[in-house]
Ligand binder design. Sequence first.
Ligand SMILES: Nc1ncnc2c1ncn2[C@@H]1O[C@H](COP(=O)(O)OP(=O)(O)O)[C@@H](O)[C@H]1O
Ligand SMILES: [Mg+2]
Length: 186
Amino acid sequence: MSFIEARDVWKYYGDYPALRGVNLEISEGEFRCIVGPSGSGKTTLLSLIGGLDRVSRGGYLRVGPYELHRLSNAELDRYRNEFVGFVFQLYYLIPRMTVLENVELPLIARGGVDPSQRRRMALEALEMVGLRDKARRRPNELSGGEQQRVAIARAIVTRPRLLLADEPRATWTVRRPWLSWRYSGD
Ligand SMILES: Nc1ncnc2c1ncn2[C@@H]1O[C@H](COP(=O)(O)OP(=O)(O)O)[C@@H](O)[C@H]1O
Ligand SMILES: [Mg+2]
């Protein structure tokens, strides 16, 4: 069975159909790129798969065991928090927090992880992207590429089953170590 399955997925913004019947199948462990011109709906599709937004009508969208089109908003929040890591195109790092604190955020949102464990996990995620030595810096003290790597660390700190990245460019140097890290986890 495929890990991600989309059948006839539509997304309207007002009366503008940004997605018009998307079909997609992706297997577990697969690494896929979605390519298309600006405005073709790539970000929209990632938002639906990541549970940040909802399909507009009908259709079928499943990720792992989750049939996203059926979930309530609360269930969708839980899915996103427990299952998905998302690297946004604009990173959305919090400027007043340190790099380490930014990476700890998803663990705080999830709850149930004590502060020392949280710190250890965040440092490990930063290690994965080669930024452990910059944990005490603020985002504006980093280069653009380093900020993107912080966003990746924040997306992988929960060891999500699904990692989504919008316009990832050069970041995929972390792909291989991340995959082995993910599967060696507790
Ligand atoms: N929140 C929104 N409200 C209205 N239209 C939107 C919104 N987000 C995206 N769109 C429109 O939907 C289309 C697809 O956008 P998007 O998914 O961001 O494309 P891509 O990521 O491929 O550049 C574009 O025409 C865009 O203008
Ligand atoms: Mg986009």
